[in-house]
Design a binder for this molecule. Structure first.
Ligand code: PRP
Length: 180
């Protein structure tokens, strides 16, 4: 890409604010599930950074698992179908399940996952979303625990990507792509 045509990044949420907020969310979960075990289910791939930080701040017995899905509902251009790419490794029956997402956007992915998980009879089913973009919602789903509510900007970092780049940035940044 010629110089001057690189995507521009502007920090939206700094790493120190992320650390503080993850601590707050972890304390809410610790309080809500006092004395119990929580089973964290990360939605690959974006949620892995949030899940890793959150799990280490929750002062309870925790276990983790991962699921991967692909959504065809982006940008309003298609049917909003979600397809399962990788299922959980183990049963969630009877567990306090917390679905851990990096971002809640249209809600199509989360709506699909909640319907899938409800059929598997967890003891409780909650959602922790690092970022929430409520202005983009198509399905009326909500997170029980939210890191940050953000405007409708394209963001990368802390797990979020653009074409698989930028996931490992420590800050959340707005990405502005050059016009083509
Ligand atoms: C992102 C994100 C959520 C989903 C949210 O995943 O991790 O799973 O989109 O969008 P929605 O609310 O509109 O359904 P993505 O498909 O980009 O995969 P990734 O996590 O591997 O980047």
């Amino acid at each position: 890409m010629p110089k001057g045509r690189q995507p521009q990044r502007k920090v939206l949420i700094r790493r120190a604010a992320i650390k503080r907020r993850v601590g707050v969310v972890a304390r809410q979960i610790t309080r809500d599930f006092k004395g119990q075990r929580v089973h964290l289910v990360g939605v690959l791939k974006g949620a892995c950074f949030f899940l890793a930080d959150l799990a280490r701040e929750i002062d309870l017995e925790t276990s983790i698992d991962f699921i991967a899905v692909a959504s065809y509902g982006r940008g309003g251009e298609s049917s909003g179908q979600v397809r399962l790419l990788k299922d959980l490794d183990s049963s969630i029956a009877g567990l306090n399940v917390i679905v851990v997402e990096d971002i809640l956007d249209t809600g199509l992915t989360l709506n699909y996952l909640l319907n899938l998980f409800r059929q598997r009879r967890p003891k409780t089913l909650r959602v922790a979303a690092f970022l929430d973009k409520p202005s983009r919602r198509v399905q009326p789903v909500k997170a029980d625990y939210t890191g940050f509510t953000i405007p409708n900007e394209f963001v990368v970092g802390y797990g979020l990507d653009h074409a698989e780049r930028y996931r490992s940035l420590k800050d959340v940044c707005v990405l502005r792509l050059p016009r083509t």
